[in-house]
Design a protein around this ligand. Structure first.
Ligand SMILES: [Zn+2]
Length: 165
């Protein structure tokens, strides 16, 4: 390898130094993820508690010890991965968790977590329309859109008939 220049980043760190930094980062991230997970489930003062502990989401007994959590989950593949529950109504356990990229997360848990549509209508079973792709639509909004497209139709919105003009 003689004559081959070593690559450095802007701060003059060599590749191996950057790698170990990245690895340290992922270790810190794992620990922080574990702390935040417990906080969301157990600390009532946590802003996210209502969506976790308040909904009955908990942490399996085994994972109350960081050692076990780390043994089961290992390091996230990259810094951008974060802890994600596969079943959004399930608790934190080895079976229900994975490291996911922000994109995977938004596809799964975040959209599934929403209880109201963009216009504030609740996703009750009666008001939820599932597209073949699995995505949810609000029936009230669908009817309102329908009404806008065909102005002379009437639509049942928020408990009353609305007529197009
Ligand atoms: Zn809606």
């Amino acid at each position: 390898m003689a004559g081959r220049e070593r690559e450095h980043d802007k701060r003059g760190r060599s590749k191996p130094q950057m790698r170990s930094l990245e690895s340290n980062w992922r270790k810190v991230k794992t620990y922080v993820a574990w702390q935040h997970m417990k906080s969301r489930c157990f600390r009532r003062s946590d802003p996210a508690f209502k969506d976790y502990g308040g909904r009955g989401i908990t942490v399996c007994r085994r994972w109350l010890k960081f050692k076990n959590f780390f043994f089961d989950m290992g390091l996230p593949p990259t810094c951008t991965h974060s802890l994600d529950r596969i079943d959004n109504d399930g608790s934190y356990s080895k079976k229900n968790c994975r490291w996911a990229t922000p994109l995977q997360q938004s596809r799964n848990s975040r959209s599934a977590m929403k209880t109201h549509c963009i216009n504030g209508h609740e996703y009750t079973p009666a008001n939820t329309y599932r597209k073949p792709t699995g995505a949810r639509n609000c029936r009230i909004c669908l009817r309102a859109n329908d009404l806008r497209r065909q102005p002379r139709k009437k639509a049942w919105i928020d408990g009353r008939w609305v007529y197009g003009t």
